[in-house]
Design a protein around this ligand. Structure first.
Ligand SMILES: Nc1ncnc2c1ncn2[C@@H]1O[C@H](COP(=O)(O)OP(=O)(O)OP(=O)(O)O)[C@@H](O)[C@H]1O
Ligand SMILES: [Mg+2]
Length: 273
């Protein structure tokens, strides 16, 4: 099968995207007038207040959610087509493991439904070691902690060798040291595979450490508030991520989040106890 990405040159291009959930307030769409460009092979993070539409945007890009108006183009193709070709790896906000398959068979799931991944898929044991889980291949999801389940979902997405990797707060359930180690693994994968990554996080430090650009969103309705370029050199080793430029960029993202918060939240949304 010819992979649809073989002659694709563009990145992600979103124009005028609006999305209102059925039953939701039509005056406050989940996403409104989203314009966004993500260059091919770039690493871009989405950050913003809870409920600003980050997961919704990721699901629309993944071809799992319909939008109302606007255009979404992925490498010159459509989300549906890329999704059908198994060229998109998605790590959802809660790990979607199949309870009746053990860890190894959850990891090999995409290749069992996808011939391309079946021919060049990674060894599940190597993938598990890469996420720090060498000894759980025969366990079932209910026998794992929440963080371990999340790492299995990450390993599965890594193993798909996706053209586009969409990650929704993938490290949120993990302790700081595991999180740090997995960030490095992710950067290795991204650089080795030349994958395009869209990454959702609430951690300013994580967004700045990983990304080429940080997209700050505001809530109610969900909009792109600001796109901040992260001009730190790569590799992002210890000297880079502890340096003054790193701290200046973190401050910059924090200031943007603050103004996004002020721009988006209605005063009656949070009522003091
Ligand atoms: N299936 C749904 N039906 C109706 N409304 C929904 C649905 N999913 C999300 N929403 C609403 O859409 C808005 C955006 O939700 P979304 O999950 O995309 O936010 P988010 O930025 O990912 O938030 P968080 O940081 O808490 O994960 C919220 O107001 C949410 O309540
Ligand atoms: Mg979310």
């Amino acid at each position: 099968m010819t992979h649809p990405s073989t002659d694709l040159t563009d990145g992600i291009r979103i124009r005028g995207l609006t999305k209102t959930y059925a039953g939701g307030d039509p005056h406050r769409p989940a996403l409104e007038s989203i314009d966004l460009d993500v260059g091919r092979r770039r690493f871009v993070s989405l950050i913003g207040p809870s409920g600003c539409g980050k997961s919704t945007l990721l699901r629309v890009i993944a071809g799992l959610e319909e939008h109302d108006t606007g255009e979404v183009s992925l490498f010159g193709s459509t989300p549906r087509a890329l999704c059908a070709a198994k060229a998109i790896g998605l790590v959802p906000q809660t790990p979607a493991l199949l309870p009746w398959r053990n860890v190894r068979r959850n990891i090999t799931l995409p290749r069992s439904v996808n011939r391309r991944a079946g021919t060049d898929g990674e060894d599940p044991d190597d993938l598990l070691r890469a996420v720090g889980l060498g000894d759980v291949a025969h366990r079932y999801p209910h026998q794992l902690s929440g963080g371990q389940q999340q790492r299995v979902a990450i390993a599965r997405a890594f193993g798909m060798r996706p053209e586009l990797l969409l990650m929704d707060e993938p490290f949120s359930a993990l302790d700081e040291f595991t999180r740090e180690a997995l960030r490095l693994q992710l950067l290795v994968l991204w650089q080795r595979r030349a994958t395009t990554v869209v990454f959702v996080t609430h951690s300013v430090r994580e967004a700045v450490t990983l990304s080429d650009e940080v997209v700050v969103m505001s809530a109610r309705p969900g909009r792109v508030h600001e796109v901040l370029p992260i001009d730190l050199p790569r590799p992002r080793d210890a000297s880079v991520v502890t340096g003054p430029r790193m701290h200046a960029l973190e401050d910059r993202v924090r200031a943007s989040l603050q103004s996004a918060w002020e721009a988006g939240a209605a005063p009656d949304d949070l009522v003091p106890l």
